[in-house]
Write a protein that binds this ligand. Structure first.
Ligand code: XMP
Length: 472
């Protein structure tokens, strides 16, 4: 039996080309995530429970990429996280949070903790008729927790409102003239049609790269599996207006995944579906023919993965990407290179090998926007990252097996240095990409594919890193 050699990012380098690019800022970093979704930067945050919930997804979409909300939580929780992203920072929030006038301040504070917002429209009939608005300035210094919302709210006679026809400039004028922060949108019967907030207008203005849907709302994806109630999860995510579903299982080239893909596509033909994870050309072909709008490549290359060690299966990531690329090209379907990216150069290599985007887990895992607290250990700050097939992740899943001895982990838990804001990490990656594109004379990400790889030895790798000095 012939045994092929498979390579990964550290085994190769890209050969520099004569460049006509005058400035790194001239290159175009936009790319396709899936058949019908484009991004402004080729980075997707991983659907791991220590990486992507709404905070990360909002940050990623504002930076021009996208976040995929993980599925290791209840359906309701995941759908709420998607809604948080869709509600964030659109010109008109179509389904604003509401509260009943009979609720107490105690109940209001619980709601604030649940949803993270501080202002609510007040209505007593299922989110239809606007009765008033309650915001921070009404309740911040109220110590009697039993006072009712109706006693503190600004009632609708005193409210400034607008109708659906409001423009961005029109809203700005109203905010300036009336010194208000929230503008309810209503129809002629005072039925609630939405809400515009001053904060969203300011932030919208700053987000030059942000990726948005046709209603001006940030893009977001969410993961689902292929077992049990996965279709209920898809229904809830579609109801929350998710932009792309990530049909994500460890071994995506499986009859179960292909069946689930067909079932979801049959019910929602226009819903974009990312399918994975895979590591071969034949897997890509099978998933694309079953309806996938993009394929996700990567088995066991992740920073917290032990699949290859536990099962003996996997393909080093660069070879997997190169093997899948001709199929993606033939079908005109984008590819995500998921896992194994340790530095910006790996991103450039993945794109040159044929990926359209990369998915980052470990590299984003210590940032401020990930779920979970910053912990102090030996005087340094860390956050926790864990494989979704690690022991603790398996134990914390809804309906987990109680008997630890029956769990065979394919991932680990890890401590990662606290890295601050995700925009700084992404900035480093996009800086490296822009520089790499200029070395490869690539004005677009697709142009990178004309670059040539050379295989390097261990001494080549040693030479590539800083050497023969003491790094400060
Ligand atoms: P990086 O290298 O960016 O990779 O941290 C993140 C990707 O790793 C995958 N993943 C796992 N793979 N066991 C695995 O074999 C696991 O427990 C596990 N958890 C996550 C996943 O594809 C993710 O995007």
């Amino acid at each position: 039996m012939e045994i092929k050699t498979a390579l990964t990012y550290d085994d190769v380098l890209l050969v520099p080309k004569m460049s006509h690019i005058k400035s790194r800022s001239d290159v175009n970093t936009s790319t396709k995530l899936s058949r019908n979704i484009s991004l402004n930067i080729p980075i997707v945050s991983s659907n791991m429970d220590t990486v992507t919930e709404s905070k990360m997804a909002i940050a990623m979409a504002r930076l021009g990429g996208i976040g995929i909300i993980h599925r290791f939580c209840s359906i309701e929780y995941q759908a709420k996280e998607v809604l948080r992203v869709k509600r964030h920072q659109s010109m008109i929030i179509r389904r604003p949070y509401v509260i009943n006038p009979e609720n107490t301040i105690k109940e209001l504070r619980t709601k604030i903790k649940e949803c993270g917002y501080s202002g609510f429209l007040v209505t007593d009939n299922e989110n239809v008729e606007l009765l008033g608005i309650i915001t921070k300035r009404d309740y911040t210094f109220i110590s009697d927790e039993n006072i009712k919302v109706k006693d503190l709210m600004t009632s609708r006679e005193k409210l400034i409102t607008a109708t659906n026809e409001i423009t961005i400039d029109g809203a700005k004028e109203i905010f300036a003239k009336h010194k208000i922060e929230k503008l309810p949108i209503v129809d002629e019967n005072f039925h609630i049609k939405g809400l515009v907030t001053k904060k969203d207008l300011v932030e919208n203005f700053d987000d030059k790269l942000a990726v948005k849907d046709k209603n001006g709302r940030l893009l977001v994806g969410a993961a689902v599996g292929v077992n049990g109630d996965y279709m209920d999860r898809v229904d809830a995510l579609v109801e929350a207006e998710v932009d792309i579903i990530d049909l994500d299982i460890a071994h995506g080239h499986s009859a179960l995944e292909i069946e689930a893909l067909k079932i979801i596509k049959a019910k929602y033909p226009n819903l974009e579906i990312m399918a994975g994870n895979i590591a071969t050309a034949i897997a890509a072909k099978d998933l694309i023919e079953a309806g996938a709008d993009c394929v996700k490549v990567g088995i066991g290359a992740g920073s917290i993965c032990t699949t290859r060690i536990t099962t003996g299966f996997g393909v080093p990531q660069l070879s997997a990407v190169m093997d899948v690329y001709p199929i993606c090209k033939a079908y005109n379907i984008p590819m995500i290179a998921d896992s194994g990216i340790k530095q910006p150069g790996d991103l450039v290599k993945a794109l040159a090998a044929g990926a359209d985007t990369v998915m980052l887990g470990g590299q984003l895992s210590g940032t401020e926007e990930t779920p979970g607290p910053v912990i102090n250990y030996n005087g340094r700050q860390y956050k926790i990252s864990r494989g979704m097939a690690s022991l603790t992740a398996a134990l914390s899943r809804p309906g987990a097996k109680e008997d630890i001895s029956k769990i065979t982990p394919e991932g680990v838990e890890a401590r990662v240095p606290y890295r601050g804001a995700v925009k700084d990490v992404i900035g480093k990656y996009i800086g490296g990409l822009r520089s790499g594109m200029s070395y490869g004379n690539a004005m677009t990400i697709k142009d990178l594919r004309d670059c040539e790889f050379v295989r390097i030895t261990n001494s080549g790798m040693r030479e590539s890193n800083s050497h023969d000095n003491e790094v400060l």
